[in-house]
Structures are given as structure tokens and as C-alpha cells.
Design a protein around this ligand. Structure first.
Ligand SMILES: O=C(O)c1ccc(O)c(O)c1
Ligand SMILES: [Mg+2]
Length: 627
């Protein structure tokens, strides 16, 4: 899938493990090349020649050796020592088989701030490199002592005017300093030796700490990378796009997982992260979704009965049975109903899921307009497809692996009615009357370390946007939360990750043995009626303390009758301008999955302000909670 116009590379510092494991993971993920980070070389038993041989076997170009620090502006004798050290690194590069060395702008307190000195030193270094057939790329570190802006670094490279001296652009250094990407237009493409790519969250902190700990993959952070990459393309740059991600979270993860995420992120950036790039037309587009067509639970018969006891009070009925399998279609509403599928098959993926996790969501079906296009996008991003043997005459619904090994089915939006009729021909009960529900959002819980990976999965595969990241207080720790949503908000996922071992999120992961769906929210236009009907039919509700409602009354000046009506039904409330949000929760099913019902009156969020109240209420049901 190599695109000659978009060559991919990654710095070995970006991923965990030993150098040989890193290189294998980088090659497996599909990159064209890798930058060798000096520390990885220093800490391996492999010689530079052995690394070169290994990279050649793996089909990886060695795109750069880096970094070389504190070269320019030094007084003697430090200057002579720096140039000796440089020659030694040239030896290493020749063995490694790369001709490019990254030279960082100096951070040395000894360095002279004289621009002419910098130019003279870099010119001499370039002359020495050229004598050995090598090149130097000069990079302005955001915390460089005198040079910390790519415009300044470019001016130095341009004026030095040596063929072996070029520029390295690193999105982190430029975008963390908010340097306008239009300034890249002044740079000559033949002088831009390599570009390094990283995203990051917008933080208000020192550049060094921000860069070393918070860099992330394109699409995971907040940097305007489309503008930056667009400006680089516009000058005619033809070289490598090389990820350089310093991040402790990634270094704690698996080498292959992080390498693959990086590859996906570069592919995402190639096509445009928030708007299509000029190359996007030639690439499989992001998958357009038009709704959550079904949610599939894996369950034993006994668990299925417990689940049924929660679904019935919400107005769901088992309306049809699968043509050949022990699978039931539960629906709510008549026209275009909400679909929940309960799979009790004694074999196959659903069964394995039930064995590992207990009754839980094993698959989601998303309605998409273009199923072959969706599969092409998944292949392009190297998202693994899942295939299970089809029974004769079974309707094929292609799927890929999602969070926690669950599946995402691509349901053809045009033929979904025919699909249901074909797959579930045996009618059971009639649908129940009552207020209609829709699927509002699906909340997935995961380890903190996996959070950014799944965020990237959604934004790269689907035509969705991410909301700002929130930190939510749990009685036992902090939870990170972020949503991805399609344009008409017919598909919304909320992702939650926790660092604290005892938070509800972490307990979910422990009880469940992995990441998965923690709750499903349904939307209604009449939450009071849904709450009353659910209560009358025995839905166990999450109880909310009276103090909460007293505070609501004080905060928003709501009518006492409304407050009482909400309190009687355990309905939480939020407001954003004129927009209002009402929400209530069920108790957890099998101590894992719970349901939420929401009424949105023009409100776009998820009631984050109420999450600590909800989490505390849930924590009270934990056997050893001191309350
Ligand atoms: O943090 C650093 O030291 C460092 C080193 C090399 C780079 O290319 C860079 O962007 C940062
Ligand atoms: Mg860099």
C-alpha cells in the first residue's frame, strides 16, 4: 500500500522495547523507513552494521540518525570536542547506512548567540559531512537557547547555503509555539531534508515537558496538522513524513500496537484529519455512518433472562428469532425500531465473548452507505477484518475488530430492512406501545493506556469528530472522557479511561477482563413517561440523593414541581444556555452494563457535570464502599 508520494517513517524513540523488536514492529506495521534514535543504538547489543543489515532484510530505509545536540556556538575547547564527536557519529551513520543526521539547535548555556557564528559552525560541519557523502538537517527545538523558531532556523540554513546543510521541520516545535504554517511557504523543498510529525493536546506548560511526555499521534491531539502538512505539500516536498512521538504512555504499550497506531495516524493525515487533503481523492474516504443499527449481546440463557428483565421495562420486546441460530431480535418502537440482538449460541465469537467476559456487548452494527468503501478504508488503515464461517443462506455482514476484541459490523443502510427480514424470519411477540426510544450513545470503557489508540481508531476509520477531552471525578480517582460523533450525531461513542485502580472504570475493566461497552444510552422525547413506565415494570433505577436536587433548585432556579418530578424519578439535569438535558440511569446488569435514558432539549453534551454524582451513586452499590 506504499504511496510513492507519501513516504512513511517513524523514529525508534516513539515505541517500546528493544531496538530489534521496535524495527520488526515498524516493518510489520507497513512503514517505509525508520529514524534510529541514538539511545536505542547505545542500548542495543547489535552493531550499527547489524542494524543496517536487519533494516535491509525488513525492507526499511534508515531515514535519519538523531539527535546530535549542542554543536554550534561553543567556545574552545568544547567546540573542538563537539566536532570530534561529530566525526565519530559520521562513522556510525556510514555503518547504519543513512546519510542524514539531525542537528538540534543548541541548548548549551555555553553557546554563543551570534548568528554568524552559528552559520559558520554549521557550514563547517556541513563541509565535513559532505566530504563523507553525508548531510545535516538543522532543527529548531522549541526550547533551543537561541534558535527556537523554524523561521530562524530556515534563515540560517538558507544563508549558510551549503548543499549538505538542510532543514528539519518538526510539527511539535512549530505548532507548540503557534508559528503560522504559512511561513513554511518561504522554505525551498530541496532544502527541507525531512519532516517530523507529532500531534499534542493544547496545554499551558513548558515546551520541554510538553514535548517529552505529551506528544501524540496525528488525530489524537489538538494541533492544526492539516494546515501544516498542506503548507509542506504546497512547496513540493517529496521526502519522508516521519513520526517522532515522545510519550510515556506509548512507551508503556506494546511495540506493535503503537507502531500500527502511528501508521494509521499517518494515513489519516495523508487524507486530511479534519478536512480532506488534495491526496484524499485518491484514497478510500472515511466511513460515513447513518446510525447504530443494532447492539449485540453475548449471553448464556440464564443471563439472557436477566437482561430481558431490564429491556422489557424500557419497552423492548423479543420480536423475532434468527433463521437458524439461538439468537433473538429485541426491538423498541415499530417504524425503524431500536434493535438489540441477544446471542446465546453455544459456539462462535459471541460464545467465546460470554466465556471470557460474561454477558456483555460483543458487537455493534453501524449503518453505512458504502460497505465496500468501508472495507477499503479499514484495509487502508490496517484495521483487521473479522470473518466467521457463514451458515448456508446467511446474509453476509462484513465486520472489523473494535474495542476489546468486539466487532463492528458494516450494515448496508440501503438494504437493512431486507437484512432483518431475511435473518430474523420467525416472529415472536408484538412490539410494545409507549414512548419511542432511539440509541443516543454507546459508552466504552478502557485502560488509560489504550484510550488514545481507540480514539484514533474511531477518528481514522469513521467520518466522526472528537469532542474536547474531559477529566471526570470518580469517588476513587479520575477518569478521562472524550466522545466521537458523526455529523448528524446519529452515531456517538463516549470513551472512558482511568488511571486510578479503584475507580468505577477500572473496576469495570477488572470485572470484565478488558475494555468494552459499559453503558448504552437511549434518547426519548418524554423522559418522565419513560421513567414512569420503566419504574412501574420493575427497572432497577440508580438512586440519586436529595441533596443533588436541592442544589439544582438553587443553581438554576427551577420550579419546585419540576424538581420534585425529577427527584421522584432520579432524573439528573444539566443546562447549556437555553439547552437542557435530562437523564436517568438503571442499576448495572450483571454488575457490568447499565442503561441510561436521556432527553435532549437542544443539548449536545453528555451531562459531564452529573458524572461524579452518578459515579458516587454507583459506588454506593459496591459491596465494600464506606457510605
Ligand atoms: O526532546 C529532544 O531532545 C528532541 C530530540 C530530537 C528531536 O528531533 C526533537 O524534536 C526533540
Ligand atoms: Mg524532532
Amino acid at each position: 500500500m506504499t504511496n510513492p508520494a507519501f513516504k512513511t517513517s517513524i523514529a525508534t524513540v516513539s515505541i517500546s522495547g528493544t531496538l530489534d523488536a521496535k524495527l520488526r514492529a515498524i516493518a510489520d506495521a507497513g512503514y517505509d523507513g525508520a529514524e534510529i534514535f541514538e539511545n536505542d543504538l547505545l542500548s542495543t547489543h547489535l552493531s550499527a552494521r547489524e542494524i543496517a543489515a536487519m533494516m535491509q532484510d525488513l525492507g526499511l530505509a534508515c531515514t535519519m540518525f538523531q539527535p546530535f545536540r549542542d554543536l554550534d556556538g561553543l567556545p574552545e575547547p568544547q567546540r573542538a570536542r563537539a566536532f570530534d564527536r561529530l566525526e565519530r557519529k559520521f562513522d556510525v551513520m556510514q555503518e547504519l547506512g543513512t546519510d542524514l543526521l539531525l542537528v538540534c539547535s543548541s541548548c548549551s548555556p555555553l553557546a554563543d548567540c551570534d548568528r554568524e557564528r552559528t552559520i559558520a559552525d554549521l557550514t563547517e560541519a556541513a563541509e565535513r559531512a559532505a566530504a563523507r557523502g553525508l548531510r545535516l538537517g538543522y532543527e529548531a527545538l522549541a526550547w533551543g537557547r537561541h534558535v527556537h523558531d523554524h523561521r530562524e532556523a530556515w534563515g540560517i540554513v538558507r544563508d549558510a547555503d551549503h548543499p549538505a546543510l538542510g532543514l528539519v521541520l518538526d510539527s511539535f516545535h512549530s505548532l507548540s509555539r503557534k508559528i503560522p504554517s504559512s511561513s513554511i511557504g518561504d522554505i525551498r523543498a530541496d532544502k527541507l531534508f525531512i519532516v517530523q510529525v507529532a500531534d499534542a493536546p493544547m496545554l499551558d506548560m513548558d515546551h520541554l515537558g510538553w514535548s517529552r511526555h505529551f506528544r501524540s499521534m496525528p488525530g489524537q491531539g489538538d494541533f492544526p496538522l492539516d494546515d501544516w502538512a498542506g503548507a509542506i505539500r504546497k512547496i513540493g516536498y517529496q521526502g519522508y513524513w516521519s513520526l517522532e512521538i515522545f510519550n510515556d504512555r506509548f512507551r508503556a504499550g506494546s511495540a506493535s500496537g503503537v507502531a500500527l497506531d502511528g501508521y494509521r495516524a499517518l494515513r489519516l493525515m495523508e487524507g486530511g484529519i479534519t478536512r480532506p487533503s488534495p491526496s484524499a481523492a485518491a484514497l478510500p474516504p472515511r466511513v460515513k455512518t447513518s446510525g447504530v443499527e443494532f447492539i449485540e449481546f453475548a449471553a448464556s440463557h440464564e443471563e439472557a433472562e436477566n437482561l430481558a428483565a431490564m429491556l422489557r421495562p424500557l419497552g423492548f420486546r423479543p420480536t423475532a428469532r434468527h433463521r437458524s441460530k439461538d439468537v433473538t431480535r429485541w426491538t423498541q418502537g415499530v417504524e425503524d425500531p431500536v434493535n438489540i440482538v441477544i446471542n446465546c449460541e453455544p459456539e462462535g465469537l459471541a460464545h467465546s465473548f460470554d466465556v471470557v467476559h460474561g454477558a456483555s456487548v460483543c458487537a455493534l452494527g453501524l449503518a453505512v452507505d458504502d460497505v465496500p468503501g468501508a472495507l477499503a478504508r479499514a484495509d487502508f488503515l490496517r484495521v483487521p477484518r473479522f470473518q466467521q464461517a457463514l451458515a448456508p443462506d446467511e446474509w453476509p455482514i462484513p465486520s472489523v475488530r473494535g474495542v476489546g476484541g468486539s466487532l463492528i459490523y458494516f450494515v448496508d443502510a440501503a438494504t437493512r430492512a431486507a437484512m432483518w427480514a431475511h435473518e430474523f424470519p420467525h416472529a415472536l411477540e408484538n412490539p410494545a406501545p409507549g414512548p419511542r426510544l432511539r440509541i443516543d450513545h454507546v459508552a466504552q470503557t478502557m485502560q488509560y493506556e489504550e484510550f488514545l489508540s481507540w480514539l484514533l481508531f474511531y477518528v481514522a476509520l469513521f467520518d466522526v469528530e472528537k469532542t474536547p477531552q474531559l477529566d471526570i471525578a470518580d469517588p476513587m480517582g479520575l477518569i478521562q472522557s472524550q466522545a466521537v460523533e458523526n455529523a448528524d450525531r446519529s452515531v456517538r461513542f463516549t470513551l472512558n479511561g482511568s488511571l486510578a485502580a479503584q475507580s468505577l472504570t477500572s473496576r469495570f475493566i477488572q470485572n470484565y477482563f478488558g475494555a468494552g461497552v459499559q453503558h448504552i444510552a437511549f434518547a426519548t422525547d418524554d423522559i418522565m413517561a419513560v421513567a414512569d413506565a420503566a419504574h412501574a415494570q420493575g427497572l432497577p433505577r440508580l438512586e440519586i440523593p436529595r441533596n443533588y436536587f436541592d442544589d439544582l433548585e438553587a443553581r438554576w432556579g427551577l420550579e419546585p414541581d419540576l424538581i420534585d418530578a425529577m427527584a421522584a424519578r432520579d432524573i439528573l439535569y444539566d443546562r447549556d444556555g437555553e439547552a437542557e438535558y435530562l437523564q436517568f440511569y438503571s442499576r448495572a446488569f450483571a454488575r457490568r452494563v447499565f442503561f441510561e435514558v436521556v432527553e435532549r432539549r437542544g443539548y449536545a453534551g453528555y451531562g459531564a457535570i452529573n458524572a461524579p454524582i452518578r459515579l458516587a451513586a454507583q459506588a454506593r452499590h459496591k459491596p465494600d464502599f464506606p457510605d
